[in-house]
Design a protein around this ligand. Structure first.
Ligand code: NCD
Length: 309
C-alpha cells in the first residue's frame, strides 16, 4: 500500500503557482462564504494532534465546519492509543478508515511523511517538531498579500527563535520563491537560522539576507516584522531557555523607529516577545493573521479533496 494522493508535508510540495491559486480561492471564500458552505458536505476531517495546539487544530476544525463537513480526532497523544504503545503509522492507518483527510501534528520531524506511507487519504502536516509548519505559512502569505497588497519586493525581518521556530523555516522557504525579497534574521547567537535553510533556500534562490542580534539597528528598514516565541519545548536545558526567553520584547518605544506601514506578525502563542501595549497599534496584525489562516486551510482542504466550487 502506498499513498498516491496529494499531501502537504512541506511548503515546497506546492509550486508558487499552486500557492497563488490557494490564495485566490481563499480571497473568494472571504468575499462569498455562502458559496462554499456545503462544499465538503459528507466529508470528514480527522485532526490528530500528538502535541499541544490551540489555533492550528481549531482553525482546521472551523475550516472544515465552514465548508459543511464534519470533524473527528484527538488533541493529545495521551488520549489516543499512542499511550498504549501504538505506532503513529498504525494510528494513521486506522484513522484512514474513518476520515477523508487528516491534519496531524507530531513532535518528531518527518512523522507525517512516515505516517502517510500507510494510508490512502491526504495528510496535512500541522507542524512536525522544529522542522516545518506549512499551513501556518499559507495563512502568513495571505496575511502579507492582504495587508501589504503584494507578495514581492519586501524587506522581511524574522525575529526570535530562528533555530527551532518551524513557522520561520516554512515561511522563508515560501517567501524566498517570490520576487524581490530581502531577509533580515534577528536572533541571539544561540538561535540562528539553521544552515540547511541557508544552503537549501537562501543560497539556492539567491536571496539577499543579513543576520544581526539587534532589532533596534534594523527595524527602520523593515516592511514586515515576524516575531516568534523562544520554543521552550525544544530546549534540552531549562537554564538556557530562561536566559534567552526574554531576549526580544517588541514595545512601542522600539516601534517609534519603524515604518508607519510596517506589518507586525506572530504565529502565536505569544509569551513576552510582544508587549500587550502593541496590540492596539494599527501595525499589529497577529490576530487577524489567525483569521487568514482559517481561510487558507479551507482552500487547502478543497484542493486536496479535489473539490471544485
Ligand atoms: C506555532 C507552532 O506551533 O509552531 N504556533 C502555531 O501553530 N500558530 C508557533 C509556536 O508554537 O511558537
Amino acid at each position: 500500500m502506498e499513498n498516491k494522493v496529494r499531501c502537504l508535508f512541506d511548503i515546497d510540495d506546492f509550486s508558487i503557482e499552486e500557492i497563488n491559486e490557494l490564495i485566490s480561492t481563499a480571497e473568494d471564500i472571504i468575499s462569498q462564504p455562502q458559496k462554499y458552505q456545503n462544499a465538503c458536505a459528507g466529508k470528514r476531517l480527522a485532526t490528530l494532534f500528538f502535541e499541544p495546539s490551540t489555533r492550528t487544530r481549531l482553525s482546521f476544525e472551523a475550516a472544515m465546519i465552514d465548508l459543511g463537513g464534519s470533524v473527528i480526532g484527538f488533541s493529545e497523544a495521551s488520549s489516543s492509543s499512542t499511550q498504549k504503545g501504538e505506532s503513529v503509522t498504525d494510528t494513521i492507518r486506522v484513522v484512514g478508515s474513518f476520515a477523508d483527510i487528516i491534519a496531524m501534528r507530531h513532535p518528531k520531524e518527518g512523522a507525517p511523511v512516515a505516517a502517510a506511507r500507510k494510508t490512502i487519504i491526504p495528510i496535512i502536516n500541522g507542524g512536525d517538531g522544529g522542522h516545518n509548519h506549512p499551513t501556518q505559512t499559507l495563512g502568513d502569505l495571505l496575511t502579507i498579500k492582504k495587508e501589504t497588497g503584494r507578495l514581492e519586493n519586501l524587506t522581511v525581518g524574522f525575529c526570535g527563535d530562528l533555530t527551532f521556530g518551524r513557522t520561520i523555516h516554512s515561511l522563508v522557504n515560501a517567501l524566498g520563491r517570490y520576487k524581490g525579497m530581502n531577509f533580515v534574521f534577528i536572533s541571539p547567537a544561540e538561535l540562528k537560522i539553521p544552515d540547511y535553510i541557508k544552503e537549501g533556500v537562501l543560497q539556492n534562490y539567491n536571496i539577499p539576507y543579513m543576520e544581526t542580534n539587534r532589532i533596534e539597528s534594523v527595524i527602520t528598514n523593515l516592511d514586515i516584522l515576524y516575531m516568534t516565541r523562544v520554543q521552550k519545548e525544544r530546549f534540552f536545558n531549562e537554564a538556557d531557555y530562561m536566559r534567552l526567553r526574554d531576549y526580544y520584547i517588541l514595545d512601542l518605544e522600539k516601534l517609534q523607529f519603524a515604518k508607519k506601514d510596517l506589518i507586525i506578525m506572530h504565529p502565536l502563542p505569544r509569551v513576552n516577545e510582544i508587549a500587550v501595549e502593541v496590540d492596539d497599534d494599527p501595525r499589529a496584525k497577529y490576530f487577524i493573521q489567525v483569521d487568514y489562516g482559517k481561510y487558507m486551510r479551507m482552500a487547502l482542504i478543497l484542493k486536496l479533496l479535489n473539490i471544485e466550487v
